[in-house]
Design a binder for this molecule. Structure first.
Ligand SMILES: *Cc1c(COP(=O)(O)O)cnc(C)c1O
Length: 248
């Protein structure tokens, strides 16, 4: 993986104002663990992308991770993203991963490459409407509430395929896969259930659905997620350190 070979060479970086040694260490450790997990459990040609989850992290720290090759950023909150986006390194790719209210799609539609958190048809309709208006195609994932947690967003496992089908019929929207946040401490069965849904939807070859991305795994479980088919892990705490204030 290019990103990780780059991290290994960063000993040559000269110290500067925005230098975060602990983030550098974390980058190396995450790359090492991801490479190991891939070697153990996945085919050599399979790619796993690592996303840097930026909530509560100041842009200069985010940019330091980008400079280490962590060029995929995950945003949770519209307001926070809007206040930080101008400061982000322009080489970064930004995706939206947080709960998204329908009336806020308009603020992010032109600044993200993928919305991972589509969990209802009303939201999908609004993304479609604004994509048409802005003359673009918006890539989305359907988010599944795989642990059936009352406090989490996401469509139920049973309704997932139906939401994929309905979303895929909307103009200027392209369904690229699925996203999930397995409950903390989930057993392997939960990850495997998610993987199974992913494979079963993929097999159906639904028009305008590509099922390229299974976004699953965070700081506490990314290796397990890679074992069970994830190809996009979203990492915050393990990369940037503990978050200092409460979040949604
Ligand atoms: C915060 C968050 C993450 C990262 O969580 P960590 O445990 O800090 O790695 C990943 N995905 C989503 C949707 C998040 O909100």
């Amino acid at each position: 993986m290019k990103m990780c070979s780059k991290v290994d060479q960063t000993a040559t970086l000269s110290p500067q104002d925005n230098y975060f040694p602990e983030v550098l260490e974390n980058c190396k450790e995450i790359c090492y663990n991801v490479e190991n997990a891939k070697a153990k459990w996945r085919k050599p040609d399979e790619e796993v992308r690592i996303m840097a989850v930026t909530k509560t992290v100041p842009p200069e720290k985010v940019n330091f991770a980008v400079a280490q090759g962590f060029k995929l950023l995950g945003e949770n909150r519209v307001q926070e993203f809007l206040s930080k986006k101008e400061a982000y390194d322009k080489s970064a790719e930004v995706q939206f991963i947080g709960h998204l209210q329908t009336n806020k799609v308009k603020y992010i539609i032109n600044d993200v490459t993928l919305i991972q958190s589509v969990d209802n048809l009303k939201l999908a309709h609004e993304i479609s409407r604004l994509a048409v208006k802005n003359n673009k195609t918006m890539n989305v994932l359907v988010e599944i509430n795989i642990g059936d947690e009352a406090t989490k967003s996401g469509v139920s496992a049973e309704m997932a395929e139906e939401l994929v089908r309905q979303t895929a019929q909307l103009p200027n929207v392209s369904v690229k896969g699925l996203m999930a946040i397995p409950p903390v401490g989930s057993g392997e069965d939960v990850f495997e259930k998610m993987h199974g849904i992913f494979l079963s939807v993929k097999e159906k070859d639904i028009p305008n659905v590509s099922m390229d991305i299974l976004s699953m795994g965070m700081s506490g479980d990314y290796e397990l997620a890679i074992k069970h088919g994830s190809n996009l892990v979203r990492i915050g705490t393990k990369l940037f350190g503990a978050r200092k204030y409460l979040e949604d």
